[in-house]
Every structure is written in structure tokens, then in C-alpha cells.
Design a protein around this ligand. Structure first.
Ligand SMILES: [Zn+2]
Length: 302
């Protein structure tokens, strides 16, 4: 698709440079085949603006419900070319509210946090497994998370085993915000798990991300919250991104309302680093990987 426009560009620049029309036309077929070979590796560049995005890390937490009602969320997605989003919320009612408003745009996942149960104590909250089982029985969640494992507490091991068993029983991926060690622990508990590593480990360096993704073929990662770092540290990230292009996804992490305020800018800065990749790679990370993982078919919102 890009070859004809590249050819046009070549013709235009040849004409602008004062080359005779005939010479430019004669050069056409050669340029076309060369351009096509080069195109596969050429960065997608500005054309990334027309590639739909699957936002693989969205939250719809209670403080957002008032200022950002569901129609506003969908409007923000439309304005940013975001076709679909993987959503979890504190409490889960936010996710369900958004899902019921736009079931073809929202993939709901079940976050354990509610009431007094939050990121620091959810593994020790009485009745948590019953809560999760009840929500899963009532709503069509397609993932378990995003939840935090700040550190490995040996006391949590049997509880985390129950979480893993629940994920396997319902064939759900788990979406984990943690460093590399808890991800390794989850795979030790259940090698067949599918894990989405939130923020690709948030502060784990590219070589650690590379290593963990290489070790575990069913590990995916969303790069939310790291877009500036990826742009600023492109040399280190580029080989890791290209090596694991089948399992990376982008996201916005709307964990506080200021992320909603900046939603369109966050998507735009994700497009800035995706623009540096060849189209095939950029499209995988922009939406194809998530689409495949959740068995959904997105439609472009425009
Ligand atoms: Zn998050």
C-alpha cells in the first residue's frame, strides 16, 4: 500500500529537483520494487495516526465516574483513535458500567480492590476469594487484575495459589503490576498461565523485560506509563520491542483523573514511539496482539 505513495513522493521530489519527467517515469518501476523491499523495514511514521489503538491498561475508578461519564470516555477514545480498551476499576462497578454502555468497545477485567481492600492489603482481605468468585459468576470478565504484588510475602503464597487456580478455572489471563520476581513466582505456581505484565514491570530496565519475556512465551506486557521513557531511551528499548513485538501492547493507565485529562496526549505519545517501527510491528503493538489475546475484532472508531 505504501509503495505507490512512496513512488509518488519520489516522482514529486525528482520533479521538484528539476529532473526531466521522462527520467523520473523511467525510474518508476525500479523505484517501486526497491521501495517495496525497503518499505517492510521502513518506519510507519506519520501513517501511525490512522492505526487504531487497543488501550490495554485502562481504569475507570470511582472518582472518574462523575467528571468522565461513559459517553465522555467513549468520546475520548474516539478522538484518540482508540477502538477498544481493557478496563479494570476500583471498585469493579466502574468496569461493568463502562462495559454495559459500550460492550463492543470494552473488555472487562476483574480487579480485586473494593471497600477497604486495596493494592497493599488485598491478598489479606477476608472473603476476597468469595468476592472474586461472585463477581465472575455475575459478569463476563475476560481477565483478572490489574492487581499489585509489591513484594513476595511467603504468607501470601497459598492465597496467590488460589488466585492462580481461579484464573485457570475460568481461563483468564492475570494482569499483574509487579517487578520481575512475582511474575516468576506466578509461573512457578502455574506454568500454563497467561500473564499480562502491567507497565512491563514499571521500573524494570529493558534487559530485565527482555529476559523475562524470553523465558515465558505466555507472558505479555503492556507498556503503559513508560511511553516517555521508551521515547527517551529508544536505543535500549528498540531491540527489546522488536524481539517481543508479538506480546507487547500499549495502554494509558487512567489510575487518576489527571490521566483522563491527558488521555489524548498519552495516546499521541504512544503513537510517537510506534511511528518509529515498521507498519507490521507497530500494528501488532497498537492493536493486533490485544485483539488476538482477547479474541475480539476491533472496528476503527472513525
Ligand atoms: Zn494500572
Amino acid at each position: 500500500m505504501a509503495a505507490p505513495s512512496l513512488l509518488r513522493t519520489c516522482l514529486v521530489s525528482a520533479l521538484l529537483a528539476g529532473a526531466p519527467m521522462a527520467a523520473a517515469l523511467l525510474a518508476g518501476p525500479m523505484l517501486t520494487s526497491r521501495a517495496m523491499a525497503d518499505d517492510a523495514d521502513a518506519p510507519i511514521g506519520d501513517a501511525i495516526r490512522d492505526v487504531p489503538i487497543f488501550d490495554a491498561h485502562m481504569h475507570y475508578k470511582e472518582p472518574a465516574w462523575g467528571p468522565y461519564p461513559p459517553e465522555t470516555v467513549i468520546e475520548l477514545m474516539n478522538n484518540s483513535g482508540v477502538a477498544m480498551a481493557l478496563v479494570s476499576s476500583t471498585p469493579d462497578e466502574g468496569t461493568i458500567q463502562l462495559f454495559e454502555y459500550a460492550p463492543d468497545r470494552i473488555v472487562p477485567e476483574l480487579r480485586p480492590y473494593h471497600g477497604d481492600a486495596g493494592s497493599g492489603n488485598w491478598t489479606k482481605t477476608a472473603g476476597m476469594m468469595d468476592y472474586l468468585r461472585d463477581r465472575l459468576a455475575r459478569y463476563p470478565h475476560e481477565g483478572l487484575g490489574e492487581f499489585h504484588v509489591h513484594r513476595i510475602d511467603p504468607e501470601d503464597r497459598s492465597f496467590l495459589g488460589e488466585i492462580v487456580a481461579l484464573a485457570v478455572q475460568h481461563a483468564l489471563p492475570i494482569h499483574v503490576h509487579s517487578g520481575a520476581a512475582p511474575v516468576a513466582l506466578f509461573y512457578e505456581l502455574e506454568p500454563s498461565l497467561t500473564i499480562i505484565w502491567a507497565h512491563a514491570g514499571m521500573s524494570e530496565p529493558p534487559d530485565v523485560v527482555d529476559d523475562l519475556l524470553s523465558r515465558h512465551p505466555s507472558l505479555y506486557a503492556d507498556t503503559s506509563f513508560r511511553e516517555s521513557e521508551i521515547l527517551g531511551n529508544w536505543q535500549q528499548w528498540e531491540p527489546v520491542i522488536k524481539r517481543h513485538a508479538d506480546r507487547l501492547m500499549v495502554g494509558t493507565d487512567t489510575w487518576v483523573n489527571s490521566q483522563w485529562t491527558q488521555y489524548e496526549e498519552i495516546i499521541a505519545s504512544n503513537r510517537r514511539w510506534l511511528a518509529r517501527l515498521p507498519r507490521v510491528t507497530a500494528e501488532k503493538i497498537a492493536f493486533r496482539n490485544a485483539q488476538q489475546l482477547f479474541g475480539r475484532q476491533i472496528k476503527h472508531p472513525h
